[in-house]
Design a protein around this ligand. Structure first.
Ligand code: HEM
Length: 162
């Protein structure tokens, strides 16, 4: 989606002093991208550990609640970092991302996977045994989660090629 209002908004961000500063200091974008990628590594490794447990492939000597309690916070703490670094990249080159179909797809997938993760984690707060005996549902959640996170990575990389 590329409306005139969106492109005008991108131009107005582009004209700000902050955007001009990001654009003029050459090392800022690669440095911020490096932090973005490190945060992606933290999220994806934690997501993988949780989902392998949900699929019954790894960590089966620990309860679902314990694995989620161990790796979940890494996901939640990495997201603000991804938001901050992502926002910096956007301010530095607004039209490249905001008006890019793959960026918009990535944000849609991100909101979807956050909703799915909340749906999975919320019941564990009040009842750590909530998912016991619901291995079918856990498998569906794990497969959906892996597809959505992989889609986010794919869309994130594609931004550069559209
Ligand atoms: C939280 C909000 C996020 C925002 C606002 C955001 C924004 C951005 C932006 C602007 C870029 C640069 C694209 C380009 O110019 O080529 C980018 C790259 C990327 N993002 Fe995000 N992002 C966010 C979260 C995430 C998450 C959660 C993931 C995956 C776990 C992710 C994965 C990627 C990948 C794989 C790239 C490509 C990196 C590269 O090729 O250097 N992003 N993101």
């Amino acid at each position: 989606m590329k409306t005139k209002a969106l492109l005008d908004f991108c131009d107005s961000i582009d004209a700000t002093a902050l955007s001009q500063t990001i654009q003029s200091i050459k090392w800022v974008v690669p440095a911020v991208q490096t932090v973005h990628i490190l945060a992606i590594a933290a999220v994806m490794s934690s997501i993988l550990m949780i989902n392998l447990r949900l699929l019954g492939i790894a960590g089966t000597d620990q309860t679902v609640a314990r694995v989620a309690g161990r790796f979940g916070p890494v996901v939640w703490w990495s997201l603000p970092l991804l938001l901050l670094t992502g926002a910096t990249l956007i301010i530095g080159e607004p039209a490249r991302s905001l008006a890019n179909d793959f960026f918009q797809l990535k944000m849609f997938l991100l909101v979807s996977v956050i909703a799915l993760t909340v749906y999975f984690q919320r019941p564990l707060k009040t009842n750590p045994n909530f998912w016991d005996g619901r291995s079918g549902a856990l498998r569906v959640i794990a497969v959906l989660s892996l597809i959505l996170w992989s889609g986010i990575i794919f869309a994130g990389r594609w931004i550069a090629y559209l």
